[in-house]
Design a protein around this ligand. Structure first.
Ligand SMILES: [Zn+2]
Length: 288
């Protein structure tokens, strides 16, 4: 029985995609992967149904972030439109590049991004992927009228690409977010999609919970807080875990070495984005 959620088609597609990729695996492996995909999707779209072992208890009784209302109001009044805020963010955050799109334009852009994840062209990806991505970007629509903006792209070269969709075009209300590798391209790259890379799948899952939190607790500043929080991930592959002090740790459940993919969002404020703590999945569960 498929999981019914706001975009049920995507869930079913993600399962199929994962299963197809594992055609060579045994039936047991396929079943295990399907179960994992299901659990990931459940966590992502229904964070309130998460198992106690995985959930952060505080999600259920959110605390108010330490954003001083006066400062926040002042800032928000300066950045009324998405475009204003993005240009402010680009000045503030080194290396960040932002773009805005209408929904269909983003899908076209995603499809035209070079997909460099097949085994055969890993090498050419290293040589060319980055440059061709840049060339494509120059042709992208970067002057979308403020009331038409439905998709925001945050791009940190060599680190990640984050796609944020807005509830309605022109609104300041984010409704989905996903992280992808900078050298990934294809029709799965949308705010409700999942990267083919485990590390970005884990970040996406966590980011979806952060989005829910910001929208629930600070609806008027949700987009601002979410984008600032996403920008803190620019040190994803550099900043060691705040608990164990290591960059890579073996995630037993996924049987993978992963960097610290979780960053707290409960007390996040824009001023804390530079020294936000970072945690491996296991280290984070222990802490919260
Ligand atoms: Zn750790």
């Amino acid at each position: 029985m498929p999981l019914v959620c706001p975009d049920g088609a995507v869930v079913a597609y993600a399962w199929k995609r994962q299963l197809a990729g594992q055609a060579g695996a045994s039936a047991v492996d396929r079943t295990r992967l399907a179960l994992k995909a299901f659990t990931d999707q459940k966590l992502r779209f229904f964070p309130h149904l998460a198992d106690d072992s995985d959930a952060e208890p505080a999600t259920k009784k959110p605390r108010v972030p330490l954003v001083s209302p006066a400062n926040l109001q002042e800032e928000l009044s300066d950045q009324r439109t998405v475009a204003d805020f993005l240009s402010h963010l680009e000045k503030e955050v080194p290396q960040l590049r932002t773009s805005t799109y209408q929904r269909l334009d983003w899908l076209k852009q995603a499809f035209s991004l070079p997909s460099a994840v097949t085994q055969s062209n890993i090498e050419s990806m290293k040589d060319h992927g980055f440059h061709s991505a840049n060339q494509l970007r120059q042709g992208s629509a970067d002057h979308v009228a403020a009331d038409k903006v439905a998709v925001i792209e945050l791009f940190f070269p060599s680190v990640f690409r984050a796609i944020i969709s807005l509830h309605t075009a022109g609104s300041m209300e984010p409704d989905a977010v996903a992280f992808f590798s900078p050298d990934e391209g294809g029709s799965h790259m949308h705010a409700r999609g999942f990267s083919v890379h485990h590390v970005f799948r884990h970040v996406t899952q966590h980011a979806s919970m952060a989005l829910q939190y910001f929208v629930t607790v600070k609806p008027e500043a949700a987009l601002h807080l979410l984008l600032e929080w996403i920008c803190s991930y620019r040190s994803l592959f550099m900043k060691v875990c705040s608990k164990c002090g290591r960059l890579l740790a073996m995630d037993k459940q996924a049987a993978l070495l992963l960097p610290p993919v979780r960053r707290p969002y409960h007390n996040f404020s824009k001023n804390s984005s530079d020294d936000v703590q970072t945690f491996h999945i296991a280290c984070f569960s222990d802490k919260e």
